[in-house]
Write a protein that binds this ligand. Structure first.
Ligand code: NAD
Length: 249
C-alpha cells in the first residue's frame, strides 16, 4: 500500500513497542517518518530518528523543527511516548505524580505545540494520541497512570474541537494489554513471570494479548487520508476487554 506517499510523519516513542510498529507501518505504506525518542540509536533505516525527551520543551521543539525541516514539512504527529505507573492514590507521592504527568500528558502537549505550526501548512494534517482503556475503565492499582490517560482522552477531544476549523484532525487509540517490551518488563518484575503472563492472557476475551502491529494499524487508519471525516474519536484496540461483558452479572 502506498496511501501515505508524499506524507511526512513524526512518531514519539517510536524506538520501541507500539511506536516502533507504527513508524514501520507508516514507512512501509509510503510515508517519510522521523522517530523522536530517548533512544534514537536503535532505530533503523528507512526510518529517520532524532533524540528528544518529551519532558524537555527545548528538546522537543528543536527535534521537531529539525525533523520537519529534513522531511520538508509535517502532516502526521503520532503522540505515543508514555511510561507506566503502578499504585493507588496512597502509593505515589506528589513527585511521582508530577514525573508521570510530565511524560504522559505534558509530553503530548509539548509535542503538539511544536507540531501545530507545521501541521497548519499540510493538506492532510492529523494527530493521533496513544491513550489507553485506562482512560475509560476503572483499572485497580493504576490511579496515577489512569489519570494521565484520562487527561490524554480529554486533551484529544479538546484539541479536535480547537483545530477542526484549521483542517487538523485529532483522534486517539485506546489499546488494551499490548505485547510490547513494556509488558515484558512488567512480567519480568513479577515473582513468576510465566504465571503472570498466563493470568494476563486469561483476562483477554480474545484469549491472547493485543499485538503492537494491531495498534499500529488503528493509528495508521486514523492518521490516513481515508479517515478524513473522523476527528475527536477514541478507537479501542483492546481485544474486546472493555466492550464485552463475557460473564453475565
Ligand atoms: P515501550 O516502553 O515499549 O515504548 C515506549 C517508548 O517511549 C520507548 O521507546 C521509550 O524510549 C519512549 N519514551 C519514554 N519516555 C520518553 C521521553 N521522556 N521522551 C521520549 N521518548 C520517551 O511502551 P509501549 O507499550 O509501546 O507504549 C507506548 C504507548 O502506548 C504509551 O503511551 C503507553 O501508555 C501506551 N499503552 C501501552 C499499552 C501496553 O499494554 N503496552 C496499553 C495501553 C497504552
Amino acid at each position: 500500500m502506498t496511501d501515505f506517499e508524499g506524507l511526512r510523519a513524526v512518531v514519539t516513542g517510536g524506538a520501541s513497542g507500539i511506536g516502533r510498529a507504527t513508524a514501520e507501518l507508516l514507512a512501509a505504506r509510503g510515508a517519510q517518518v522521523t522517530v523522536l525518542d530517548l533512544a534514537p540509536d536503535t532505530v533503523a533505516k528507512p526510518l529517520l530518528a532524532r533524540r528528544a525527551d518529551v519532558t524537555d520543551d527545548t528538546s522537543v521543539r528543536t527535534a521537531l523543527a529539525a525533523a520537519a525541516g529534513e522531511m520538508g514539512g509535517l502532516d502526521i504527529l503520532v503522540n505515543n511516548a508514555g511510561i507506566g505507573a503502578q499504585g493507588t492514590v496512597e502509593d505515589n507521592d506528589d513527585a511521582e505524580w508530577h514525573r508521570v504527568l510530565d511524560v504522559n500528558v505534558l509530553g503530548m502537549v509539548r509535542t503538539a505545540r511544536a507540531a501545530l505550526p507545521h501541521l497548519r501548512a499540510s493538506r492532510h494534517a492529523a494527530i493521533v494520541n496513544t491513550c489507553s482503556i485506562a482512560a475509560t475503565a476503572g483499572l485497580p492499582g493504576r490511579a496515577l497512570y489512569s489519570a494521565t490517560k484520562g487527561a490524554v482522552l480529554s486533551l484529544t477531544l479538546a484539541m479536535a474541537a480547537d483545530h477542526v476549523g484549521e483542517g487538523i484532525r485529532v483522534n486517539c487509540v485506546n489499546p488494551g494489554t499490548v505485547d510490547t517490551p513494556w509488558i515484558g518488563r512488567l512480567l519480568d518484575a513479577a515473582d513468576d513471570p510465566a504465571a503472570e503472563r498466563a493470568a494476563l492472557v486469561a483476562r483477554q476475551p480474545t484469549g491472547r494479548l493485543v499485538r503492537a502491529d494491531e495498534v499500529a494499524a488503528a493509528i495508521a487508519y486514523l492518521a490516513s487520508p481515508a479517515a478524513g471525516a473522523t476527528t475527536g474519536t477514541a478507537l479501542a484496540v483492546d481485544g474486546g476487554m472493555q466492550g464485552l461483558l463475557l460473564r453475565p452479572v
